[in-house]
Every structure is written in C-alpha cells, then in structure tokens.
Design a protein around this ligand. Structure first.
Ligand code: UDP
Length: 211
C-alpha cells in the first residue's frame, strides 16, 4: 500500500485534501497533524507524525499544506531525514504555459495560472485564483494567498508572503522588481517598487508598515 499524507488538518490542509483525492487514485490518503485533532477529518484518518511514520507502507509521500513557510521548511526537513518524499498537488484546472520549472512539494489551488519561462523553488503555495506571469524567478517556501497577482519580470526571494488580492507590478527584463527574503505584502497592496528583505508593505501604492 502507498500512503500520501496531507500534512496539516486545519484550513489549508482541508482545502488541499479534495485536490489530492481527485489527483491520486493509487494511494491511501490521510491527514497528518501534530496538534489536537479528531481521529477522522472530512472522511480521512488523521494521524500524528509518529503514527504516520509507524504505519507500514510500500511508499510514503506528503504534501505540506500549512501556510506558515517556516513550519513548511521545518517539516520538509523532517520528512527528508525520515526518507518521506513529497508529492505535488495541483488542481485540475491549473494553467501552466511554456518552460515552467517548479520545485518539489508545490501546492497549486484551483484557477491558478503560471504563464511562461518561470522558475519556482520548493514548497511553493499558490492559493485560489493567484497567478505568476512570465519571466519570474521565485525562491523556496514562497506563499501566494488567494488572488495574489504577480506580473512579469519579478524576483521573489525565499519565504516571502504575498497577501490576498495583492498585485505586484511588472519589472523590466534584466532589472526585475524584487521582493525580499521573508518580506510580506499585505492584503490588497499594490507593489510598485522593490521590497527589502523582511519588510512588510501595505496599501496602494505599497509602503513599509510603520508602527
Ligand atoms: N501543525 C503540525 N505540525 C507542526 C506545526 C503545525 O501538524 O509542527 C499543524 C497544526 O496543528 C495546525 C496546522 O498545522 O492544525 C496549521 O493550521 P493553521 O490554522 O495555523 O494554518 P493553515 O491551515 O492556514 O496553514
């Protein structure tokens, strides 16, 4: 028996499980959650990590369905150490154009579009209706909330979070607009210039959040 675990049985994971069910027909699908959880969630067993590891199986893979990128990184390292691989989950109506290279463990929700000539690192989350336009370079553990819009020639570094409905202006060929490592773009923001590492920007046009 093959087992696929959707890691996280909260909001994100419960949105990913139906996509996994649609996509995967040759594996037993379970949730994995280390917090307090019922034994069954939406018709699937919910195991702790230790229970998942202890379950005998011909192969084990996970999709890490937790929006916090630091947790995704920690759990992905734990999976790798234990020989558990990653499965990409992608809704049936995702549009992917030419020359897109996507790292392991991505989760692409319904109505996501990735256009052409795009590079994306590991454990990318693209939520409902978000898109990545041409010639973008996106790092590891980046998260797009629902409706996030990333136009062409944009560079997004590891662990950046793009909030719901935010728009990132198009950069220039050879001079991309840059979103820094761990930067946060607030919900509905319109980003017109570079965002430094670790900075949160909000508003239209987006400006650094000050206390
Ligand atoms: N979680 C886990 N292991 C960890 C950290 C978090 O199983 O090491 C689970 C946590 O118990 C919770 C889920 O991940 O059920 C995260 O849920 P949350 O509502 O915070 O975020 P979302 O589902 O939106 O990503």
């Amino acid at each position: 028996m093959k087992i696929v675990g959707v890691y996280g049985a909260s909001g994100c994971g419960r949105g990913v499980m139906p996509l996994a069910r649609h996509q995967i027909s040759d594996a037993y699908l379970v949730f994995i959650d280390d917090g307090d959880h019922p034994s069954m969630v939406n018709g699937h067993p919910c195991h702790s990590w230790d229970e998942f590891l202890a379950t005998p199986a011909e192969s084990k893979q996970v999709a890490i369905a937790i929006s916090d990128s630091r947790i995704r990184k920690r759990l992905s390292e734990k999976c790798a150490v234990n020989g558990v691989g990653f499965v990409e989950i992608r809704a049936g109506n995702v549009v992917e154009m030419d020359d897109v290279v996507l790292g392991p463990g991505a989760i692409l929700s319904p109505f996501v579009t990735l256009t052409s000539n795009i590079r994306i690192g590991s454990h990318f989350h693209a939520n409902l209706y978000s898109y990545v336009e041409h010639d973008c370079l996106i790092g590891d553990y980046v998260t797009f909330a629902p409706g996030a819009r990333c136009n062409g020639n944009v560079l997004i570094k590891d662990h950046a979070y793009i909030g719901a409905g935010a728009t990132i202006r198009q950069g220039k060929p050879g001079s991309p607009l840059r979103i820094g490592k761990g930067a946060i773009v607030g919900m509905g923001a319109v980003v017109t210039k570079d965002v430094p590492d670790g900075v949160t920007v909000v508003g239209i046009p987006a400006r650094p959040l000050t206390k």
